[in-house]
Design a protein around this ligand. Sequence first.
Ligand code: GAP
Length: 449
Amino acid sequence: MSQARAKVDMEKIVSLCRRRGFIFPSSEIYGGLSSCWDYGPLGVELKRNIKQAWWQTVVQEHDDMVGLDTSILMHPEVWKASGHLEGFSDSLVECKSCHLRWRADELEGDKCLSCGGELTEPRQFNLMFKTFMGPVEEEANTVYLRPETAQGMFVNFANVLDTTRKRLPFGIAQIGKAFRNEITTGNFIFRSREFEQMEIEFFVKPGTDKEWFDYWLKERLNWYIKLGIRSENLRLRQHTERELAHYARDCYDIDYLFPMGWAELEGIANRGDFDLVQHSRFSGKNLTYFDEETKEHITPYIIEPSAGVDRAALAFLCDAYDEEPDKDEIRVLLRLHPQLAPVKVAVLPLSRREKLVRVAKEIYSDLRQCFMAYYDDAQSIGRRYRRQDEIGTPLCITIDFQSLEDNEVTIRERDTMNQIRVPITELRATVAAKLGGESFATQSLWSAK
Ligand code: GAP
């Protein structure tokens, strides 16, 4: 069930994230570090929930998928084989007056966008961060911070095959940090220099690749919809011949309608046999697969759904943001899917009277064993509800004086603001059912998706 919601601008998201402790500029007390971000107490929960939801869907609930966690620093030959050393670059021009640098493909005219000055001829700028391995800073010791997690999975293809005895088709999944010295950054966490990816490399028999490509397109699109993103804010966009990366036979972006317009959330590529052929050539190792049916050695094709954790977080936040009139005020809320909400349930005694606090704390310490819970007894109950709405907490539990008599408490639902009374003995089960989708209203937002 999709609802008409307020159109959100980026400033509101940035301000909410800063104010409520989702996301801070990196090294803020030193003035920040361009395009690097720190996830605060709520942001880290949101991010963990996104990664957990992804892992559950693509590894835990999926046949023939295994996980990996490979190192960020890799042998420098990897980047020769992958094409990153030669080709992972942007064409860059520099203003001769103010020395600002611009991506050539983003300029419409031939003048500096900042001061109108004359520009230099374009030159290639590699996006990989360089560093040195060991104590001597010399060219021979150069290593790179990985610009994608994918290569760690390609170079472990034979290890996974040998140790898990997987048969085609099968996939490897990995979540981890990637680094790109992006020239153009901005739009908050949309494009940063340090970010996290959630990538799948799915190995298939050549000839079945188109079928698997279509399968993963649908799977990945549905994942966002199931977790609450409205389908009208998502689209699939096929890359043109000119846009296709050197390794790709076909590629679609899953685009999201961000406040600044449609932009890539995830890319799904048919990489053919490019990666295994290249790594086999550069390493001298056999990276083929023995097909029992045809008794032939083949090089599998790879379908790669590659998502960004930070972009997903931004899309979930933008899509969940809502404002609605509430008496003389505006209620700001995040309609986050319960699986993604940083706090699942808030425990709120009506007042700080000792008897109420004692019961509330008992309930809190019981619930927090199962759910990310939050205890709050400061300020009026109305303000406490609003605080929880604004960070997307699906359920609030209120303990009032009646609770001391009948051992029942009130559960309030974020989206509908409906309330029911529940015996304290049934709280855990009721909260679990509500978070799983059961609602007091005829239909809740998340149960309908
Ligand atoms: N292995 C393929 C690959 O890395 P990509 O399209 O360059 O493909 C995949 O990146 C995803 O990683 C993107 O769809 C995006 O979500 C995320 N991503 C890429 N660059 C990013 C950046 N500078 N900041 C944040 N996320 C980024």
